[in-house]
Ligand binder design. Structure first.
Ligand SMILES: [Fe+2]
Length: 289
């Protein structure tokens, strides 16, 4: 096991002010000390919002335990033929971490492996929307679902080089003659930290998921989203594979955020890979276009 968890995300969006209102008012994230930084827990930041035209995920940070683990990942990436950017003190300072290796995944997404994030235990997390807490810690900030143009290369990068392990797949039937497999990967007890969709989508990030401890916290978030006029892109529902009860809303950048609770956890000693034919047991209805 190498990667510990999803540590942070960088988003590049056209309308950071609208994004600020969405992240704080709807999701209930806490503004960090620096502008454009958002907290889910005791860490200085988990999500950074920068101004840019992409309206997409710009970079992702995966946390490892310490310097020895970082060196192991660096060696493995080099062995795998991945180009690693030279260590840049300005980047370390910007991310607020002790050590970092920066590279790109096969579709060009910035991928940073780091250790030693800045902790703000002296300023406890308080949600401006009254969210009691987010489920983070050893499970990281949540999960991301990415589209990829080259599944084989992307799977090799995340699974073979970074050490993500397959949780299960969902075979999605997109037409009478067209089906594809979504592949779900874990690196800790969270059922999936990363899922890959082998289809070209307009954005690399299909959705980001944040998890709360109670069904009430999901219900209150759904009511905040509805009251704010945020499009609900999937109604309340339960996923087949991680069994999370969640809803999806559309961010001002177009990609979605899943807000959920109650996911099962992976016990590495007993986990068996499964195949599903549906994403949801019930609910998660998409609005008719
Ligand atoms: Fe999800």
């Amino acid at each position: 096991m190498t990667i510990g968890s999803l540590g942070y995300l960088g988003l590049r969006v056209k309308d950071p002010a609208a994004f600020h209102n969405f992240l704080t008012g709807v999701l209930g994230l806490m503004p960090g000390e620096a502008a454009g930084r958002y907290r889910l827990d005791d860490l200085d930041w988990r999500i950074a919002v920068e101004t840019g035209d992409a309206d997409d995920l710009a970079y992702v940070g995966f946390e490892v335990a310490g310097p020895a683990e970082l060196e192991a990942v660096r060696a493995r990436l080099l062995e795998g033929g991945v180009t690693i950017d030279a260590a840049d003190p300005a980047l370390l300072a910007a991310r607020g971490v002790l050590g970092l290796v920066a590279c790109r995944d096969p579709d060009g997404l910035g991928v940073e492996i780091f250790y030693g994030p800045t902790c703000r235990t002296e300023t406890p997390f308080v949600s401006p929307a009254g969210v009691p807490a987010f489920v983070t810690g050893d499970q990281g900030l949540g999960h991301i679902v990415l589209s990829t143009k080259d599944m084989a290369a992307t799977r090799r990068f995340y699974q073979d080089l970074l050490g993500f392990r397959l949780s299960d797949i969902i075979r999605l039937r997109a037409g009478p003659d067209f089906a594809f497999d979504m592949e779900f990967f874990h690196c800790n007890a969270r059922h999936h930290t990363l899922a890959l969709m082998p289809v070209p989508l307009p954005k690399r990030l299909h959705h980001l998921m944040v998890q709360v401890p109670t069904l009430d916290a999901v219900g209150f978030a759904l009511e905040r989203a509805t009251a704010a006029g945020v499009p609900i892109t999937a109604s309340l529902g339960r996923h087949t594979n991680d069994q999370m009860v969640s809803f999806y809303s559309q961010t001002p950048a177009g990609f979605e955020v899943e807000f959920g609770q109650g996911a099962i956890e992976v016990d590495e000693a007993t986990w068996r890979v499964a195949r599903h034919d549906k994403t949801s047991s019930w609910g998660h209805k998409r609005p008719a276009h």
